[in-house]
Ligand binder design. Structure first.
Ligand code: NAD
Length: 738
C-alpha cells in the first residue's frame, strides 16, 4: 500500500478501507493542494484495488476538519493578479479550474462505483462537510462538541465544492438557503432531522456503524444519480416553491442589503441548479464561485476575517523572546458590570481568579454574574453541571487585597475615576510581587497618565474589554509610554487564553475602537440636526452594512455616558473639541428630557415592556425641522457613515496609534461590526482605491464639513497609488508577501 503524508489507509478483513485524515504538525485538518493530491491518489487506489469493497473516511484529530485552507484561496488571488496583466483570458480559465478542483474531486468520489461513508467524529466545516455530502453515507458522533456547518458566506465566498447542490437535494430549499446564507452551525440531531446525515451514534460506535452501512449493502450511487430523483419539496416549479422563491431575494436583501455577493450566489446556484442535471448544476456553481472569488468583498473578507484574525489570535504582535506566561491566578479588582464578566471569562478559561470589591457583599454580587451565566449555559445544554461547578469553584469573591500576593496578572475594573483608580493601583501594588503585570480596563483614561500612579510603569498596560465580555470577541491592548515587552506578552497570552482576538494600539484618548465609534455616532447627530428623519438614519446605517444603527448603539452605550465623555473632552481639549449642536442635543436629551438610553427605558428609542419591541421615539422629529425624504440621498448617508469611520481609522494610523492595518480591519469588525463585507476600515479604503476614497472624502467635506477632509497621509498615498497594506505592510519585517 502506498503511504501518504496526511492520511493513513488501512483495509480490514471485510475489504473496507479506513482512511484516517491526520495532518502532521497541525491542530486541525484542512484542505490544501497536497491534501487534494493525496486524496486523488487514494481514490485511484481504492478504485483500482479489487479487494477494497468500500471506504470509511474519518479524522484522526478531535475535530473532523475546518474545511479549505483559505490561504490556498489567497494563493488563487495572487495568481489571478499576476496572470491577469499578461493574459486575462488564460487567468480566468486558470481560476475557474482551480476553483473547481475540490468540487470535481468530490464528484469523482461520488461516482467512483464504491461506497464511501464519512464518519464525522468532530466539528466538520466547509469543504469537509462538502466532501462528506459527496460520500454515500454519513454517520456522526453524538457529542455536544460536534458541529456541522457551511460557513463560507462569513468570509465572503460560498460553498463552492458542490455544497449548494447537494444540500438543496437532501433537504428542502428553504432550510438549505437558511443554512448556507447564514453559515449557521448544526448540531448532529438537527443535521439528521434535515436529512443531511444518515445516523447519529455514540462516539465509540462511529467507525463500527460506518462500516456496518457498507456491510449492509450501501449503494454507491447518490440519490440524484438515480433515475426519477426528485429534490425534497419537488424543485422550483411546485406550489410550495412558489411560496419560497418570489420572496427569497427580498428576504436576502433585507438581511444583507445586497452587500454580500457570496450570499446572493447561493440563491442563484440553488435556484438554477435545481432545474439542471447534477453535473451541469455543479458547473453552474463553479462559474458563480469563480465570479465571487474575483470580488473585492471575497478578497477583503478572507484577508481580514480569516487570515488576519488567525494571525492576530496566534500572537502576531507578541514580542519574541518573552517566555510563555503561566496563569496560576488572576486578580480582578472591581466586581461591577465589567469586572464580574471578566472574572467569568477568566474562570471559563480554567484560570483561578480572585474577584475583589470594596466589601464581601459587592464581591459576592460580582460572582453571582458567573452563577447566572453558568446556570443559563447548563439550561441550554452548553455546559454540564460538573463543568459549571468547576468553573464557579475557580472564582473567589473577597474584599481582601492580600489574596493578590501570588497573582500573575491583575486587571482593575473599578469606577472610571482617576482618583479611585490611583488609590486602587497603590493598594494593589502594595501586595503584588515585582513580576505581576497590572492591567487597566479603563475605556477613556490614557494609560500613560494612569501609569504615573504606578511604581513600575513598564509592567502597566491597558486591556480594554468590550461589553458583553462573554460575547465580544475583541480585546484592545493599549501600550502606555513606558509599557514593556513582558507586560505586552503577558496581556496577549491572557487574551489568547480567554480565546479573544487582540489588537495592540498605542495610547490615545478613546484608543482605536471608541474613536471610530464616536465618529459613527457623531455623524448621526449631524444628520439629526440637519433634519434627516431618524428612521432614515438608522436604516441607511444598516444598509451600509452596520449591524446596529448609530442611535440604537448610543442608547445601548447610554446617552448620559456620551454626555460625560463630551464634557470631559471639552474640559481636557477645549470647547472646539465638541460641536455645540451635538452638546445641545445631548444636554437636551439627558438634562431636559431624561432620555438616557435603554437603561432608563427611553433614549433615541422608546423601550416598552416586553414582548413589545423598541421603536424610535416619535418626539425626535419635533426637535429639528424635518427634511422631506425626497431631498435626501440614501447613498450619501451610507457613504457618510463608512467614510467618517474609515477616515478616523486612517488618522489613527497616521498618528502611529495603530501600526498594523490588520488590527484596524479586524478591530473595526469585531469591535463594532464595521460593515464586514468591506473587510474592515482600511480594507474599505484600499478596496475602492485610496484615490477614489480621497475624491469621495473631498466631495463629502465640501457638503458636510471639514471632518471629511482627507488627511495628508491619504493624499500622499493617493498620489503614489499606494494601499494601506503596501505602505504599512504587516509582513515586511518577516519578509513574507502580503
Ligand atoms: P461599575 O460601576 O459597574 O463597576 C465598578 C466596580 O468597582 C463597582 O462594583 C465598585 O464597587 C467597584 N469599586 C469601586 N472602587 C473600588 C475600590 N476602591 N476597590 C474595589 N472595588 C471598587 O463600572 P463598570 O461599567 O464595570 O466599569 C469599570 C471600568 O471598566 C471602568 O474603568 C470603565 O471605564 C471600564 N469599561 C466599561 C465598559 C462598559 O461598557 N461599562 C466597557 C469597557 C471598559
Amino acid at each position: 500500500m502506498s503511504t501518504y503524508t496526511n492520511f493513513t489507509v488501512e483495509t480490514d478483513a471485510d475489504g473496507i478501507a479506513l482512511i484516517t485524515w491526520d495532518m502532521p504538525g497541525k491542530s486541525m485538518n484542512v484542505f490544501t493542494v497536497e491534501v487534494m493530491d493525496e486524496l486523488e491518489a487514494i481514490l485511484k487506489q481504492t478504485v483500482e484495488d479489487a479487494a477494497i469493497k468500500g471506504v470509511v473516511f474519518t479524522s484522526g484529530k478531535s475535530t473532523f476538519s475546518g474545511g479549505a485552507d483559505l490561504t490556498m484561496i489567497r494563493g488563487m488571488f495572487s495568481m489571478l493578479q499576476d496572470e491577469r496583466a499578461r493574459d486575462p483570458q488564460a487567468a480566468a480559465q486558470k481560476l475557474f479550474d482551480a476553483a473547481g478542483r475540490m468540487s470535481w474531486l468530490f464528484r469523482a468520489i461520488e461516482t467512483s462505483g464504491k461506497p464511501w461513508v464519512s464518519a464525522i467524529n468532530g466539528t466538520c466545516m466547509g469543504g469537509a462537510l462538502e466532501l462528506s455530502l459527496a460520500c454515500h453515507g454519513r454517520v456522526v458522533s453524538n457529542s455536544k462538541s460536534v458541529k456541522l456547518a457551511l460557513p463560507e458566506v462569513k468570509v465572503g465566498i460560498f460553498p463552492g465544492a458542490g455544497g449548494t447542490q447537494r444540500v438543496s437535494r437532501l433537504t428542502d430549499a428553504q432550510s438549505a438557503l437558511q443554512m448556507m446564507t447564514t453559515g449557521q452551525s448544526l448540531a448532529p440531531a438537527r443535521a439528521k432531522a434535515m436529512g443531511l446525515v444518515h445516523q447519529v451514534v455514540e462516539p465509540d460506535q462511529l467507525i463500527t456503524a460506518a462500516k456496518q452501512m457498507i456491510k449492509d449493502g450501501l449503494k454507491p450511487v447518490a440519490p440524484w444519480d438515480e433515475k426519477g430523483f426528485k429534490a425534497p419539496g419537488g424543485g422550483v416549479w411546485t406550489p410550495q416553491a412558489a411560496q419560497l422563491w418570489p420572496a427569497a431575494p427580498a428576504i436576502l436583501r433585507r438581511e444583507t442589503a445586497g452587500n454580500y455577493p457570496g450570499a446572493l450566489a447561493i440563491l442563484k446556484c440553488v435556484y438554477e441548479g435545481l432545474q439542471l442535471p447534477f453535473d451541469t448544476a455543479l458547473k453552474v456553481e463553479q462559474r458563480y464561485f469563480t465570479q465571487v472569488l474575483q470580488t473585492t468583498e471575497a478578497f477583503s473578507m478572507i484577508r481580514s476575517l480569516f487570515i488576519s484574525m488567525q494571525e492576530l489570535g496566534k500572537g502576531a504582535r507578541r514580542p519574541a523572546g518573552v517566555e510563555k506566561s503561566e496563569f496560576r491566578k488572576v486578580g480582578v479588582v472591581g466586581a461591577g458590570f465589567m469586572g464580574a464578566s471578566i472574572a467569568y471569562v477568566t474562570a471559563a478559561a480554567g484560570i483561578p481568579v480572585v474577584l475583589i470589591d470594596r466589601d464581601q457583599a459587592a464581591a459576592d454580587k460580582g460572582k453571582s454574574v458567573s452563577e447566572k451565566l453558568v446556570a443559563d449555559s447548563i439550561a441550554k445544554g452548553r455546559m454540564t453541571k460538573e463543568e459549571g461547578e468547576k468553573l464557579l469553584s475557580l472564582v473567589t469573591p473577597t474584599p481582601d487585597y492580600a489574596t493578590l500576593s501570588d497573582a500573575d496578572l491583575v486587571i482593575e475594573a473599578v469606577f472610571e475615576d482617576r482618583a479611585v483608580k490611583k488609590a486602587v493601583i497603590e493598594q494593589i501594588e502594595a501586595v503584588i510581587p515585582e513580576t505581576t503585570v497590572f492591567a487597566s480596563n479603563t475605556s477613556t483614561l490614557p494609560i500613560t497618565g494612569l501609569a504615573e500612579n504606578s511604581k513600575r510603569p513598564d509592567q502597566f498596560i491597558g486591556v480594554h474589554f468590550f461589553s458583553p465580555v462573554e460575547k465580544m470577541m475583541l480585546t484592545e491592548v493599549i501600550l502606555g509610554k513606558d509599557t514593556g515587552d513582558k507586560a505586552l506578552a503577558v496581556a496577549l497570552d491572557f487574551v489568547a487564553k480567554i480565546k479573544k482576538t487582540p489588537i495592540v494600539v498605542n495610547d490615545t484618548r478613546g484608543f482605536f475602537v471608541n474613536r471610530c465609534v464616536f465618529r459613527y455616532i457623531n455623524e448621526a447627530y449631524d444628520m439629526l440636526t440637519e433634519g434627516v428623519p431618524a428612521a432614515m438614519i438608522e436604516n441607511a446605517a444598516k444598509m451600509a452594512g452596520m449591524p446596529v444603527g448609530p442611535l440604537s448603539l448610543n442608547d445601548e452605550v447610554a446617552v448620559d455616558l456620551s454626555q460625560k465623555i463630551m464634557k470631559a473632552s471639552i474640559a481636557d481639549l477645549g470647547p472646539n473639541s465638541v460641536k455645540p449642536e451635538h452638546m445641545d442635543l445631548i444636554d437636551k436629551m439627558v438634562d431636559v428630557l431624561d432620555r438616557r438610553g435603554r437603561k432608563n427605558g427611553q433614549g433615541f428609542y422608546d423601550y416598552p415592556a416586553k414582548p413589545a419591541k423598541k421603536s424610535l421615539w416619535p418626539g425626535l422629529k419635533d426637535l429639528y425641522h424635518q427634511k422631506p425624504a425626497s431631498e435626501i440621498d440614501v447613498e450619501t448617508l451610507k457613504q457618510r457613515f463608512l467614510v467618517t469611520i474609515a477616515l478616523e481609522a486612517a488618522r489613527t494610523v497616521e498618528e502611529g496609534i495603530v501600526t498594523d492595518p490588520r488590527e484596524a480591519d479586524v478591530g473595526s469588525i469585531l469591535g463594532f461590526g464595521f460593515a464586514p463585507y468591506t473587510g474592515g476600515t482600511l480594507s474599505y479604503i484600499d478596496g475602492m482605491g485610496v484615490k477614489t476614497f480621497v475624491a469621495l472624502a473631498e466631495k463629502l467635506a465640501s457638503q458636510y464639513g471639514d471632518h471629511f477632509a482627507p488627511t495628508p497621509l491619504l493624499k500622499d498615498m493617493a498620489a503614489k497609488s499606494e494601499t494601506f497594506y503596501e505602505r504599512f505592510n504587516p509582513y515586511a519585517e518577516v519578509g513574507k508577501a502580503a
